[in-house]
Ligand binder design. Structure first.
Ligand code: ZN
Length: 108
C-alpha cells in the first residue's frame, strides 16, 4: 500500500472473549505448537480444557508486525457474554444470526 506501517490503524470488533472461548486440548495444543507467543494466550482451566484469548493474540500479531499499540482500537465486547447485543454461535448455536463487518480504506 506504499505507506508507513505507523500510519496503519486497526480496529478489532466484537468477538468471543477469553472469558468464553473454551476449547478442548486438541485445539489448545495447536495454539501452543504454533509459537511460544501464541502459547501465551492459552490458559488451561483443566487437564482437557483451556481458555484462548484470541483478541490478545490478534493484538500481539499486529504489534509483532510493527503496528503501534496506540494504533490498535479494541472494542473488548465478548459476543457470548453480550448476546443481547451480538449474535453468538458459541452461546446460541447454529440458528442464531450472523454479523457483518463493513470496512473502508481511508487514504489521508
Ligand atoms: Zn465472555
Amino acid at each position: 500500500m506504499n505507506c508507513s506501517i505507523k500510519n496503519i490503524f486497526i480496529g478489532i470488533g466484537p468477538g468471543i472473549g477469553s472469558c468464553c472461548f473454551e476449547v478442548g486440548k486438541e485445539v489448545s495444543d495447536k495454539f501452543e505448537k504454533k509459537s511460544t507467543i501464541a502459547a501465551q494466550f492459552v490458559h488451561p482451566v483443566s487437564e482437557q480444557k483451556a481458555l484462548v484469548d484470541l483478541r490478545g493474540l490478534i493484538t500481539s500479531d499486529f504489534m509483532m508486525a510493527g503496528i503501534p499499540l496506540e494504533n490498535i482500537e479494541n472494542m473488548n465486547y465478548c459476543t457470548s457474554c453480550c448476546s443481547d447485543l451480538f449474535y453468538s454461535y458459541r452461546k446460541e448455536g447454529k440458528n442464531t444470526g450472523r454479523m457483518l463487518l463493513a470496512a473502508r480504506l481511508i487514504v489521508i
